[in-house]
Design a protein around this ligand. Sequence first.
Ligand SMILES: [Zn+2]
Length: 288
Amino acid sequence: MSRIAGVWRPPVIADATNGGFDGLHRSAISAGGCRLRAGSDASEIDRIRHACRMAASSPNCVMLHGGRTSANSDSPMAAPCGSVSHDPPTIQVFVGRRINLLKKFALLFGLLALAVIVGAIALYKPVRIFAPQFFGLTCVSEKLCIDDVGRLEEATELLEDARRFVSDELGSLKAELKVLFCGTRQCFANFADPAVAAQYYWGARTLLIGDRATPYIIRHELIHHWQNENFGGPNEALRLPMWFLEGMAYSLSNDPREVIPNAEANGQRTRFLEWQRTGGDWRTPPRQ
Ligand SMILES: [Zn+2]
């Protein structure tokens, strides 16, 4: 039984060696499908061609054929009637109505999948970093997108300074990360909570920089990227204590603020500094 026949009702089978194909077209219409089979004999091929012409005369009929002797004989391929050759010893004719049903099903499935993707993009902001072009950014390269191309030089310089700092202080970054620059709060709000100045997406290895991001904030986020690369990727690195990950980023980025406005962040930095004072080395992260 063919793949398609497994979905459809079993087709009527007419065999060229047992009789002609007279009436086959009518059988195909009434049964909803039929299957033509022939050997390699020239007269059988002629009869197939005849039946095929009859089937093809109906706008709803299409022909499917595949080689009976080949490995994929049960996986018919669509072909116009005129393409029948002596090569495929097996020829199948089905009424196109069934094909149309499959096409409609595929179309419906495609539309549903599209609706899910569009819904996710509309409702879940982080997903949008994968399609920044739809939210006002211009991607000047595979790794850099910006909302105002006129500020590209400024943005690139800011990023390069931070990258140089992290490479000098912690060690070189192994791979390029993707960077999205938003020069306005409105642009940033399309992707993330506008209350934060920048955001690093560990899984996507993407850095989103907003209009309020200062050089030390960009350094902070790049340190998260360094942690991602050096502490075993997102799954491993994010198992490390948050006071260590954040405290290290706040501390090693040379964040000049004596007190970080966010109390939790402040506590994380304090704990990290205390851990360092008692011999902790950030190259060997604590497990808890
Ligand atoms: Zn952080």
